[in-house]
Ligand binder design. Structure first.
Ligand code: FAD
Length: 319
């Protein structure tokens, strides 16, 4: 079922959904099942599965020089989605990137998803890899997520890359895209970023999932600005509980999100890692309660293989 249909069916009740990462290469899918299983009690409308591509330095035995190679340390997004759908009877949503994909790769990827009965995708550009200053698309790939959305929308209309394919099957993907309550790190300003977000919707995206934020006001303001920009699709807030002191630096650095003073001060006075985890969870409980009160359609948790923390947060938020 499509994400938009789940939202309609819920008739104003807030749902809880979860994002998980594929296991590192060489590890077993059981880790995924163990993560998803405890989250099923919340009857999630969907589980998202991320897609990864990273750069890796290796010593070329032939010439003794260090080389760079793009690798996938966490392959298996499509297989995991299919396995989750059949094991848990829940919609699984693969993330699909511009990075590393030619248009033909994208088309073939989407055909696989369609054959596997996957109804939703999240269309993303992906980040630049380590050695790139700016994101570089494949030679025949997409530069921006809006172009990827356009290709998916075309396939939904039965338009394949080969224009001679007549009477071809139409796919019917519901398309999610990313939104940034604190603006995307590369955008020159907020208004420009919003205009490009609107472009993704105009190209056929059906809903937005936000980057994590730790101050709900940033989400509420973002929704207001989107509505003023003419963006009417559901905007699903994404939450991640802070769990370690290191994240005080990592999260702003990697995701360009701000951490509120009060949260930082609490973490800095904590004596143990357990206390820090509890401060992060309590903060996330408060965020969840406020978002529930505001009647958001879905709260999406970046669960990062920590189902117990997320379960605890939802239980405490809904007591
Ligand atoms: P875009 O929408 O293409 O925007 C990228 C930048 O380009 C923005 O600054 C935008 O303002 C600008 N822009 C857009 N269109 C134009 C245009 N026409 N001309 C000029 N500028 C333009 N990354 C992964 O690698 N794997 C994942 O699974 C993954 N999942 C994610 C899930 C969520 C919910 C979020 C929020 C992010 C996720 N990311 C993931 C990270 C994402 O790939 C990065 O944030 C990436 O840098 C931007 O992706 P995007 O789809 O938002 O890009």
């Amino acid at each position: 079922m499509k994400v938009t249909e789940h939202i309609e069916k819920a008739k104003g009740n807030t749902l809880f959904s979860f994002e998980i990462l594929p296991p590192l290469k060489g590890q077993n899918i059981q880790a995924i099942f163990d993560t998803v299983s405890p989250l099923m009690e919340f009857e999630p409308p969907f589980i998202d599965v991320t897609y990864h591509r990273e750069e890796y330095d290796y010593l070329d035995a032939g010439n003794g020089l260090w080389q760079k190679r793009i690798v996938r340390k966490r392959p298996g997004t499509v297989g995991i989605c299919s396995a989750i759908q059949s094991k848990f009877k829940v919609d699984a949503i693969p993330h699909i990137l511009c990075g590393g994909f030619t248009k033909e790769d994208t088309e073939n990827f989407l055909i696989d998803l369609d054959f596997l009965g996957i109804d939703n995708v999240v269309a993303l550009r992906g980040d630049a890899v380590k050695s790139e200053t700016y994101f570089k698309p494949e030679r025949d790939g997409h530069h921006y997520a809006s172009e990827l959305v356009t290709q998916i929308t075309a396939l939904n209309q039965g338009i394949y890359l080969d224009p001679h394919l007549e009477n071809s099957n139409k796919t019917d993907f519901c398309i999610g895209v990313a939104g940034y309550p604190e603006k995307h790190m590369e955008a020159p300003n907020f208004d420009t970023d919003l205009r490009y977000l609107k472009e993704k919707i105009d190209c056929g995206a059906d809903y937005i999932i936000t980057q994590m934020f730790f101050d709900n006001q940033k989400y509420f303001d973002f929704v207001d600005r989107c509505r003023k920009e003419g963006i009417t699709v559901p905007i699903i807030p994404g939450l991640k509980p802070l769990a370690t002191a290191r994240q005080l630096n990592i999260l702003p650095h990697r995701f360009k999100v701000d951490l509120p003073d009060e949260l930082v001060a609490e973490v800095l006075t904590a004596k143990t890692s357990e206390q820090i985890k509890e401060i992060g969870s309590a903060w996330c409980v408060h965020q969840t309660q406020e978002l529930l009160k505001a009647g958001v359609p879905i709260i999406h948790y970046y669960s990062m293989g920590k189902p117990d923390t997320i379960s605890d947060i939802i239980h405490r938020s809904t007591l």
